[in-house]
Design a protein around this ligand. Structure first.
Ligand code: C2E
Ligand code: CA
Ligand code: CA
Length: 727
């Protein structure tokens, strides 16, 4: 029978063997035997009956099913029908009978149940032929395909999972053609762009270069970057949503290529970054504008003045820089309170702004100081007329509540290029002229002349007094506690105090700038550092070793080559652990030579001290800018904290600063916390430390001594306590 089967096979499938003349006398019986022995599967013939009764099966049946050929013959132990998995029997039979009816070959794939109970996937191929007596029978071949089937199923499952991630992702995902048509989009993307479903999006949005991006060049830039780098990262663009509303998105995408490197399509994700953009814009605005008056702040003033000087040089036109100072503002502020003072400042700001042309700039320089940049000055006479008009506007009555207030102003003015100089020089000249106006009787304007420079009179007295103070121990250090999220003291900020015998308390904001100018800042910092480290070491010895101590560094001394050695020495002398010392620097330190600044910061950090960025938000920095520097702590300026607690809006900036600060690995300290609501709101946003009058004002060392000893040992009357109280 083998021979018959073989010959039938060979005639039905004309074999290449036969055509080959060398194979003319092939012993097909032997070839077939070899094949049957080596084929990885079983060859069979069966009847077309209900059980597919086996008439012949090759030895491989044992290997494939566990049943020997004799188990099959005459269905002794098992039939082909029974071998087939019950769930597959019917469909297998249908497929085979269809092929029989069509006199064609068939191929079916199904499961079998082996003798040992295991299941296998097999593929059966065969056809209906007539046996030796002309009866129709099936002849065919069954092989094990379990491995292929299982791996196919696993792949299908993975694909299904990916499809599910794609469909359910909250991130917008897409595939687009080079021409900007969608091949695929998910629900999140549809929603992001304002469409009900991916189908709507794909039907309505095509040629995205022109219809999606607000700036139509964006799509080309997208393609260009991908063709150069293979991908785009954080590619931010403004786009139109379906209803025409604009949003900002960030795309991450790459080109998908075929096996030969040919471009197939773009694939990527889209995030809505509108909110972050808004916060950034707001931060930028806050960084360049005064919160109280909305006028340009110092940083913007510097930029504008710089531009004005460039313009003036290019077009040979004069500019005037005027320094305006209110004459009796301090008295009003002290006697009627800050709210009235603020209202007055706002009104004066409006008057100044409305007195100028659009090309001019008015900036708030400090408390009651303003700077005007007046472009295109034709003549001194015109300038004088204009300044007098401004003075008259300032002197008009201001009504705040039921107060009728009147202030006058003093203006100092310098003209560029007449007196030359750069930004800082112009400001100093105008300041000197303003001082001259003040001492000459207030309520007037004065032009700068080089002689005025030498008359930094107002400073002179102060300078002398300050030198005297340093020598005669009129300076003291106060300590303001900082608390952690539980309200427990975590450390202190050292703040200098000057008690002048006749002037009384002089604010550091007044004398630190002078000390910087006259080169006294180094000895003053040295004094504060020593005092503070000694105090901290002393508190450490009292059992408060973990408290940190923050000392303010002036921007001027930051680049001093002795700074590191100075700090190292003080640390060694006091025995205070370096890890407890924090150095507070302001944003202005970071402006300029970035490389050098990073170098200094790294050198300081090598000592083990930590670096805090002070008054964050008032200066030049954007958070992106901070990224370049090795900082540890960010102190949110009081002006932002002040806004907290007047409803939800006030939290927007601190919240953004805290979360962006955290993303840079900085820990956040809030300054100037005055109310419980501020503490709670900032705590909710993840702020780590808090400082402000709500917890404590700055206190002299003795008061802190008492506080620490008391809180360490509330019940016991310790020796230390008695000692300190006695002193
Ligand atoms: P700063 O470094 O921002 O210090 C915080 C200032 O805010 C301190 O003013 C502090 O008394 C005040 N303050 C703290 N909590 C509150 C609050 O809840 N409400 C309000 N309204 N104010 C609060 P202070 O002591 O007058 O110091 C003013 C500035 O002078 C400091 O600002 C710092 O820039 C500078 N300064 C003080 N001591 C030193 C020093 O030793 N070296 C240097 N270079 N600068 C110093
Ligand atoms: Ca500080
Ligand atoms: Ca500060």
């Amino acid at each position: 029978m083998l021979k018959q089967m073989a010959s039938r096979w060979f005639t039905r499938n004309p074999s290449p063997l036969k055509k080959n003349k060398h194979w003319g006398q092939v012993d097909s019986d032997r070839v077939l035997k070899t094949l049957l022995l080596t084929l990885d599967g079983m060859v069979f013939r069966c009847a077309l009956d209900a059980h597919w009764t086996i008439q012949f099966v090759s030895d491989a049946s044992k290997n494939l099913t566990g049943y020997a050929p004799e188990d099959f013959l005459g269905n002794q132990k098992i039939s082909l029908e029974k071998l087939t998995h019950p769930e597959d029997r019917e469909s297998v039979r249908e497929d085979i009978l269809r092929a029989v009816a069509d006199s064609s070959t068939y191929g079916v794939q199904y499961r079998i149940q082996c003798r040992d109970g295991s299941e296998k996937w097999v593929r059966e191929r065969g056809m209906c032929v007539q046996d030796e007596s002309g009866m129709p029978v099936l002849e065919g071949f069954i092989e094990d395909v379990s491995e292929q089937v299982l791996s196919y199923m696993r792949r299908a499952e993975v694909e299904l999972r990916y499809a599910s991630i794609f469909e359910h992702s909250v991130v917008g995902m897409f595939q687009t053609t080079q021409d900007g048509d969608y091949l695929a989009a998910n629900q999140a993307l549809a929603e992001l762009y304002g469409y009900a479903s991916p189908q709507h999006l794909m039907a309505e949005l095509s040629d995205i270069g022109r219809s999606l991006y607000v700036d139509p060049r964006r799509r080309d830039q997208f393609s260009t970057i991908i063709s150069l780098d293979g991908k785009v990262r954080d590619f931010e663009s403004e786009v139109y949503r379906r209803q025409g509303q604009k949003i900002w998105i960030s795309e991450n995408a790459h080109a998908v290529r075929g096996p030969d490197g040919e471009f197939l399509y773009y694939e990527g994700t889209v995030d809505d970054v509108s909110q972050r953009r808004r916060y950034q814009a707001e931060l930028e605005y806050q960084a360049t504008h005064d919160t109280l008056t909305g006028l340009a702040n110092r940083s913007l003033l510097h930029d504008r003045l710089h531009q004005a000087i460039e313009q003036s040089k290019r077009y040979q036109r004069s500019i005037a820089v005027a320094f305006v100072d209110l004459d009796n503002f301090k008295i009003i502020n002290d006697s009627l309170g800050h709210a009235v003072g603020d209202a007055l400042l706002r009104e004066i700001s409006n008057r100044l702004a409305s007195s100028l042309r659009a090309v001019d700039t008015v900036a708030r320089y400090g408390g009651d100081e303003f700077v005007l940049i007046l472009c295109d000055q034709q003549s001194m006479a015109d300038l004088s007329t204009m300044l007098e008009r401004i003075l008259a506007r300032i002197a008009e009555v201001v009504v705040v509540g039921n107060h009728q207030l009147q202030v006058s102003g003093s203006i100092g003015v310098t003209v560029f290029p007449e007196h030359g100089g750069e930004v800082e020089d112009l400001l100093t000249q105008a300041d000197a002229a303003m001082y001259h106006a003040k001492v000459s009787g207030r309520g007037q304007h004065q032009f700068y002349s080089p002689e005025l420079s030498s008359s930094a009179h107002q400073r002179l007295g102060m300078e002398m007094a300050l030198r005297h103070a340093l020598e005669h121990k009129e300076l003291m250090v106060y300590y303001q506690p900082k608390v952690d999220s539980t309200g427990t003291v975590a450390g202190f900020e050292a703040l200098i105090r000057w008690y002048h015998p006749t002037l009384g308390m002089v604010s550091p904001t007044e004398f630190i700038p002078i000390a910087e100018d006259i080169g006294l800042i180094n000895p003053i910092t040295d004094f504060v550092l020593r005092e503070a480290c000694q105090a901290a070491a002393r508190w450490g010895a009292l059992g408060w070793a973990h408290l940190h101590m923050a000392v303010n560094l002036s921007a001027r001394q930051f680049s001093s080559p002795h700074l590191r050695a100075q700090i190292e020495e003080v640390l060694a002398e006091s025995g205070m652990p370096a890890g407890c010392l924090q150095l507070e620097i302001t944003e202005s330190v970071l402006i300029g030579d970035t490389e050098r600044t990073v170098e200094v910061l790294v050198a300081l950090k090598q000592l083990g001290v930590r670096i805090a960025i002070d008054d964050f938000g008032t200066g030049y920095s954007s958070l992106a800018y901070l990224k370049r520097f090795p900082l540890d702590i960010l102190k949110i300026d009081r002006s932002f904290v002040m806004e907290v607690g007047d409803g939800r809006d006030g939290m927007a900036i601190p919240k953004a600063v805290i979360s962006l600060g955290h993303s840079l690995g900085l820990s956040i300290v809030a300054e100037g916390v005055e109310y419980l609501e501020q503490f709670n709101a900032l705590l909710d946003c993840g702020c780590e430390e808090f400082q402000g009058y709500y917890f404590s004002p700055p206190l002299p060392q003795g008061a802190i001594d008492l506080f620490l000893i008391r809180s360490k040992d509330d019940s016991e009357d310790s020796e230390e306590l008695k000692e300190v109280e006695a002193s």
